[in-house]
Structure formats: C-alpha cells, structure tokens
Design a protein around this ligand. Sequence first.
Ligand code: GLU
Length: 455
Amino acid sequence: MSEVVTRFAPSPTGLMHLGNVRTALLNWLYARKLGGRFLLRFEDTDASRSEAEFVEALKQDLLWLGLDWDGDALFQSKHAGQHQEALDALAEKGLAYRCFCTETQLGLDRKLATSRGLPPRYSGKCRKLANEESLQRAASESFVWRLAIHDTDGEVRVPDALRGDVIFARRDLDDPVVVRSDGTFTFLLPNAIDDAVDGITHALRGDDHLTNSAYQVWLLEALDLSVPTYVHHGLLLGEDGAKLSKRTGSHSVAELREDGLIPQALLQAMTRLGHPNIADDALQIEDLLQAFDAEHISRSSVKWSNDEMWRWHTRLLHHLDGNALLPLVQAHMPAANIEFVNLVRGNLERAQDAAHFIRLLDVQAALNEDAQAVVNVAADGFYATALQLWNDASEADWKPWMNAVKEQTGCKGKNLFMPLRVALSGAVHGPEMSAIVDFLGKEGVTERLQDLLDS
Ligand code: GLU
C-alpha cells in the first residue's frame, strides 16, 4: 500500500474548539499509526472571514497538543488557479452549469416541492439552457455555478474505511452550488481538488460530511482525479446529547490552556471516546498511539465530558515529576519551590490548589473560613500547650509531639489533629502531618504556632 497521507483542514475563521481537536487528533493518529504523513491545510478561500490571527492561533493550539504536521502549512487560496481550471473542465464537459434562478424563485420551488411531499431539491431549470444563452445572460444577470449531478439513474459510491462503500442514488442527490453569485467557491470543489492535489489518501472527518463526500467523489471522478478513502467518524456531542457547541459547553483550546489544563489530558479524554479498548495505564501519547486502532474509530456519535478530561488532568498531574509540576504551580504561586511541590502534589486536583497550602510557605498567610472555624473551636490553651511541648522536644518529630499534646490537653482524634493541621498548613485537608512537620522543621512549626497565639 502506498504511504498514507491525512490532513487537518480547518477554515481559519475562529479559534480551535473541541470538535476541531477531535478531527485533527484522529487524522494525526491515523497517519502516525500507519507511518504516513499528516498535513495541515488552511481552507482560507472565504477571504472576508479568514484571518491571519486565527491561522497562528490554530497552529499554536496544535503544537500545544503535540499534533505536529509534516512540511509547511498549506493554504487553499494558493490553489485558486487549479480550482478555476477544475470548474472550466467540468463546464466544458457539460457537468457544471450557470444557474440564474433568483432566491425568490428558489424559495417558491422549495415550497412547491415540500407541499408535494418531495425533498426540496433544485428544479434543474437552468441545466437545460443552451451554452450561448447562458453566456449571453451572464453578461447582465447574476448567477451561481452548479454541478449537474442529479439524475434519474446511476449512483455515486463513497469509499469509506469504516462503512465500506456508501452508495448514493443520483436521484437522491441535488445539483449543488459550487460558485456563489459573488464568484467565490463554496467548500465542495476546492476541498476536493486540494485533497487530490495534496495527495491525500485518507480524509477523516465528521459524518455530517457524508453527502458532501458523494458530491466530491462524483466531481473527482468526473475529472479523473484520485478519490481519497473517507473515514467518516461519528460526531462529538455534548453531555446533553446535542452537537457540541459553545452554547453546550464546548471550550476553545485557548481557554483550556488558560485554565492550566495539561494538554495530554485533552488527548486522553478525546482519544478514548468510542475507543474503550485502550488500557487505563496508557498515559503517554506514545502509549495512546500504540493502542490506537484505526478500525475502531467510532461510527456512532460520542459524548464529551469535561469532568472526564479534568479527571485525566489530575491523574497526569500526579504523574508529573516535581520539576515538571513546579512551573505549573509557580504560575499561581510564585513562591513555590520544589520541596513544597513534592510535599503537596498528592493533594492537588489542579495546580492552583497548591494555594490552599500557602501557610506552609508564608507564616502570615491568612486562614480561610474553614481553617479559622477549626482554630475557633480548639480548646482554650491548646496552642499554648502545643507550642510549649514543641519547644521542650529535642527533635522535630511529629509522633512524640502529637502524643504529648494528646496527653496534656486530653484532645484526641479530629480535635487533636485538625487544629494542628490548620495551624501548620492553613488547610483542613492535606499531606501527612509527619511530612508537614519534616518540611517545616523546628523553627517553621514554632513560628506558625506562635503566629496563631499572637493573632
Ligand atoms: N474546512 C472544512 C471544515 O472545517 C474541512 C472539512 C474536511 O475535513 O474535509 O469543515
């Protein structure tokens, strides 16, 4: 088999959202798994909406996710000449025609068809125009270009790696518009021509493109160009079962990055959707790649869960070594050092949770409400006794100190641990007390107890 070539082909008209991530990831996994190439192509023919700023943002997001592409990024607008040649060739063969029908006319036709219980397809009126008349009218009237696909006979076969050939009867297909009245191409033609020009062997995209694929296969075959194998994956749905959109809680990659998400957490949650056979301990992207099975891409829609992504985030956070975790924590707590990070890491769901333990670094850090409540109910003289016993001890050691405080104050269980935990760490949950005491050392514990007594 020849080398596999896939592509991610976003239109640079907005930021990268979760739906784009899924398509990009599947194309990347497919190519990398099969030792092929993964291309990045910006479909920037809609000049009024495409922006250089989004091109940069999309690239940054892909790189942040580790989805590297081969060669330079490609731009659809650079192939404008080829798109025009393709249209000319189709027109020459009588397979593309100008349509002069007005919006009003089309609206009436649609209404008529629907009232007869027929699908609202184009009537085919302008298809019958003679070339001369078409040219003549083009000089003064507004028109679009359509492909002459609809027919009473024949079929179009869309090769699909997950479904086998998907067969469309031409009687069920429309004559789609390929050039708008302002002269710009719609998505269909440039996207198909570029796939042929770029040597794409496999196009992975959502199954909402299935009918587009039928039009595109017809077009490529009409021009004797190679047809990629399509891999139409099921759509990504929100937790409410509706197509994932901003409204249903889809975040942009930029937002997730700002929230401090570990990029691999997004890859984990995304790759595993509809792919239940990936072992739970496949934590690295190489492991995911190893486990990824192109034949198991889900044909049915899959449901996204932000919670699941953040669960992966926490798991991966716990697997990071201290040096990798340190900058993530420092982004929220510049004073954090490696010893502190290693002490609290097991108690973090997100890097910013480290701020709960600020008192480990800053004696004067104010207590939060929960912590203050614990201090308020501590027995009278509790902290004075605890400090006295700490000062009397020859070594900075949790166990003997705790036993001595227990004996002197008569406090036990929660009433013993909590006030000490809060005094030293500022939080009601956290690392083992023995580890906290070791971290703070003799002086650190003294300072924190004294601070409470002074306040
Ligand atoms: N630019 C198209 C889109 O973003 C590409 C679709 C495709 O993958 O072919 O939907």
